[in-house]
Design a protein around this ligand. Structure first.
Ligand SMILES: Cc1cc2nc3c(=O)[nH]c(=O)nc-3n(C[C@H](O)[C@H](O)[C@H](O)COP(=O)(O)OP(=O)(O)OC[C@H]3O[C@@H](n4cnc5c(N)ncnc54)[C@H](O)[C@@H]3O)c2cc1C
Length: 611
C-alpha cells in the first residue's frame, strides 16, 4: 500500500464509464486536494530540476553523459526514481498522484525529463510490475540510486508503431540461456545506459525434434528480457534530433549477446503484456510531463507579455494576446483536470484491492482498467502543450524564433511527444478501439446505453431539468456531449460491425469526441467543486471550464457531422443530423470576457493562475 496520505476518492467509475453516466463533483481528485506529502515530493523534484538540472542544460546538450549519470544519481538520492517502488526494494512507495506531481516537475527540463522517463517509467516500472523477486532484489536498488541507468528497447527500424513486428531474435541455448541478435532504434539513454529492457522474438528451440513438435516450437514468442550492457550490448551513434539535444538517443546492436535464462522479464511469449502495460503507465506520465511543460511556458508568456512594449503599451494589454494567454490557460486547465482525475481513479482502485506492499499486481490491473484515460492523457496533453508552446513563440515575436530565449527550445523539444509512447494516431485508434472491446466483452454497458438513446431520440423531446447551480448549463452540455458520443458509437458499430477497424477516419472523430467529453467533464466538475467550496479563485475556475465547454461543443459538432456524413446519406443522414441538432443545443457564452479575465490574472501573477 502507498504510504502517502490516501486521497478520499470513492472509486465509483470503472475505465470508460464516464462516457455513460454522470460523476458527482466530490468524487474526483483535483489538484486542490493535494496533501502536504504530495506537495513535499513535488517541491523536492522542482528544486532539483531548477537548481541542479537547468543550470547545466547547455552542458547536457553538448552530450556530457557523465553529467547526465551524476544527475540521475543525485535525483536517485532524493528518492525521485523510487516513487512507484515499494520500500522493500529501496523505493519510497508513494501513490500515483505523487508520481504525477514528480513527472510534472521533471518537465521543466524536457531533455532530462526524457532521461528520467526512460529510466524511471520504462525500466524501473516494468521491473516493479513484472520482475521476479530475484530480479527486483538484484536491479531495483541500483537503479533507484542511479548506480545503474535504464533504457527501453522496443522500436526497430522496421517496427515502430507495429511493435510486435520486431525482428530481433532470441534463440534458446541448451543451457537455458538466450542468444540475442538484432538492432533496436531510437533508444532513449541508449548511449550510456547499463540495463536495457529489450523485446525480442524467441524463435523456437533449435534442439527441438522434427515434424509438428519442431513447427510448434518455432512459433514466434514475443518476449521481454533484462539485458545488461556488460553482456555485450553495443550502442550506435547519437541521432541528430530536432530537439531533446540533452537526451541520448541511439540504436542498440545485439550480436550473439548471451542473456541468462533468469533474465527473462515476465514469461516467454508474454512480452506484449509487458510492452503494452508499461505503455499505459508511461502514456499517463507523459501527459503529466506535458502538463508540467505547459505551466512553465505560460509563465514565460505572461512575463514576456507584461514587459514587452509596442505602440507605447505592454503587449499584454492587446486583446489578441489576451486571447492567446487565456486559451493557453483553458487548455492547460483541462489536461491538468483530467490527469488528476485519472490519478485519483487509479489510486482509489489500487487502494480498494487488499495487497502486500511488494505486490505490483493491483497497480498493473489499475493501469489496464484506465488504459483509455491514459491514452487520452497522452494525446490531449501532447496536443495542448504543442498549442501552448506554439503560442509562446508567437507572443515572443522574433525573440521566440532565436535561441536567446527558451521558447524555441521548448517547441523543438516537445514535438516528439506526439510521436513516441505510441503516436497520437495509434493512441486515437486505441481510444474507441478499447472502449468498443470493453463493450463487446460486457465490461462497459455502451451497447444498451446506445440503444436506450436511440429510443429516447425517437420519442418526443424532453425538456432537461434546469440546473440553477453554478455551471449547471455546462454540466447539461457535457451530458449532451456524452449522448452525442453514444449516438456516434452506436451508428458506427451498426454501420460497420467488425469492419469498423478499417474506418480510421471515423475512429479518429470518435476519439476526438471522447477526448473532449472526458476533458470537458473533468474541467467542469473540478470548477464546480472549486465554486461549491468557495475557493479564492473559484470564479477563474468557472471561466476556464465554461470556455472549454463552449469550444468543445463546436469541435464535437464538427466531428459528429463529418463522421455521420461518412456513414449515411440522403434521408437517413438528414434524420441523424436532426437528432444531432436536438442533442447538441449549447448556447454560446461570452468567451472573450472570460479569456480576458484569465489572461489578466495570469499576467498579474506571472504564471499559470491555478498553480
Ligand atoms: C527522440 C525519440 C526517442 C525515442 N525513445 C524510444 C525508446 O526509448 N524506446 C523505444 O522503444 N522507442 C523509442 N522511440 C521510438 C518511438 O516510439 C517510435 O518512433 C514511434 O513509436 C513511431 O514509430 P515509427 O517512428 O517507426 O513511425 P511509424 O510507425 O512508421 O509511423 C509513421 C506514421 O504512420 C502512422 N501509422 C503507423 N501505423 C499506423 C496505423 N496502423 N494506422 C494509422 N497510422 C499509422 C504513425 O502514426 C505515423 O504518423 C523514440 C523515438 C524518438 C524520436
Amino acid at each position: 500500500m502507498s504510504t502517502a496520505a490516501v486521497p478520499t476518492v470513492p472509486s465509483t467509475l470503472r475505465g470508460g464509464e464516464w462516457l455513460l453516466q454522470p460523476s458527482p463533483s466530490d468524487s474526483l481528485f483535483t489538484p486542490e486536494k493535494l496533501t502536504d506529502e504530495h506537495r513535499l515530493i513535488g517541491r523536492t523534484a522542482q528544486e532539483f530540476v531548477q537548481n541542479e538540472v537547468l543550470p547545466v542544460l547547455d552542458q547536457l546538450e553538448q552530450k556530457d553523459w557523465e553529467l547526465a549519470r551524476r544527475l540521475v544519481q543525485r535525483g536517485g538520492g532524493l528518492g525521485l526514481f523510487g516513487v512507484d517502488v515499494p520500500e522493500a526494494y529501496g523505493g519510497v512507495g508513494l501513490d500515483k498522484v505523487s508520481s504525477l506531481v514528480v513527472s510534472e516537475k521533471m518537465a521543466a527540463s524536457a531533455s532530462f525529463g526524457a532521461t528520467f522517463g526512460a529510466h524511471a517509467n520504462l525500466t524501473v516500472v516494468p521491473l516493479v510490475l513484472f520482475g521476479s523477486e530475484a530480479q527486483k532484489q538484484k536491479y531495483l536498488p541500483k537503479l533507484l540510486t542511479g548506480q545503474l541507468i535504464g533504457a527501453y528497447g522496443l522500436s526497430e527500424t522496421g517496427s515502430g508503431s507495429d511493435a510486435l513486428g520486431a525482428r530481433t531474435r532470441a534463440v534458446r541455448q541448451a543451457d537455458g540461456s538466450f542468444l540475442l541478435n538484432g538492432e533496436k532504434m531510437w533508444i532513449t539513454n541508449g548511449g550510456f545506459a547499463d540495463l536495457f529492457v529489450v523485446f525480442a522474438k524467441v524463435d523456437g528451440d533449435p534442439s527441438a525434434g522434427s515434424g509438428s513438435a519442431r513447427a510448434e516450437s518455432r512459433a514466434e514468442q514475443f518476449t521481454a528480457f533484462l539485458v545488461e550492457r556488460a553482456f555485450g550490448v553495443k550502442s550506435g551513434k547519437e541521432e541528430h534530433k530536432m530537439g531533446l539535444h540533452g537526451s541520448s538517443t541511439t540504436a542498440l546492436i545485439f550480436q550473439d549477446v548471451k542473456v541468462p535464462a533468469e533474465n527473462v522479464l515476465g514469461e516467454v511469449g508474454k512480452g506484449h503484456k509487458v510492452a503494452f502495460n508499461v505503455l499505459n503507465f508511461a502514456r499517463f506520465k507523459l501527459g503529466a510531463m506535458c502538463g508540467g511543460g505547459a505551466y512553465g511556458a505560460i509563465a514565460e508568456s505572461a512575463k514576456y507579455a507584461a514587459s514587452r512594449r509596442q505602440f507605447g503599451q505592454p503587449i499584454a494589454s492587446f486583446g489578441a494576446i489576451k486571447h492567446k494567454i487565456g486559451e493557453m490557460v483553458v487548455r492547460t486547465y483541462a489536461i491538468e483536470s483530467l490527469l488528476y482525475r485519472t490519478a485519483g481513479l487509479v489510486d482509489a482502485r489500487i487502494d480498494a484491492t487488499p495487497h502486500e506492499a511488494t505486490d505490483g499486481g493491483p497497480a498493473l490491473a489499475a493501469f489496464e482498467e484506465y488504459a483509455v484515460e491514459a491514452s487520452i492523457a497522452k494525446v490531449a496533453g501532447s496536443e495542448a502543450l504543442n498549442y501552448v508552446l506554439d503560442e509562446n513563440i508567437q507572443i515572443h515575436g522574433g525573440n521566440g524564433y532565436v535561441r536567446d530565449y527558451p521558447a524555441e527550445r521548448h517547441f523543438r523539444d516537445a514535438r516528439v511527444n506526439r510521436i513516441f509512447e505510441g503516436t497520437n494516431e495509434i493512441n486515437r485508434l486505441l481510444i474507441p478501439g478499447m472502449l468498443i472491446r470493453r463493450a463487446v466483452k460486457g465490461d462497459l454497458p455502451l451497447i444498451p446505453a446506445a440503444k436506450a438513446l436511440q429510443d429516447e431520440l425517437m420519442g418526443p423531446a424532453a425538456m432537461p431539468a434546469a440546473d440553477e447551480a453554478v455551471l449547471g448549463e455546462e454540466l447539461r452540455a457535457v451530458d449532451a456531449f456524452k449522448k452525442t458520443a453514444l449516438m456516434l458509437f452506436g451508428v458506427a458499430m451498426q454501420t460497420y460491425g467488425e469492419k469498423l477497424t478499417d474506418q480510421q477516419e471515423v475512429l479518429m472523430h470518435l476519439a476526438d469526441i471522447a477526448i473532449d467529453v472526458f476533458s470537458a467533464e473533468s474541467s467542469t466538475l473540478r470548477a464546480r467543486a472549486a465554486a461549491d467550496s468557495q475557493q479564492a479563485k473559484a470564479a477563474l475556475h468557472v471561466d476556464a471550464a465554461r470556455v472549454f465547454v463552449n469550444d468543445a461543443a463546436l469541435r464535437i459538432d464538427a466531428s459528429a457531422r463529418q463522421a455521420l456524413a461518412a456513414m449515411a446519406e440522403g434521408d437517413t443522414l438528414r434524420t441523424m443530423l436532426a437528432a444531432l441538432r436536438r442533442l447538441l443545443k449549447v448556447t454560446p457564452v461570452n468567451t472573450v470576457v472570460m479569456r480576458r479575465r484569465l489572461a489578466d490574472e495570469t499576467v498579474a501573477r506571472g504564471g499559470y493562475p491555478f498553480a
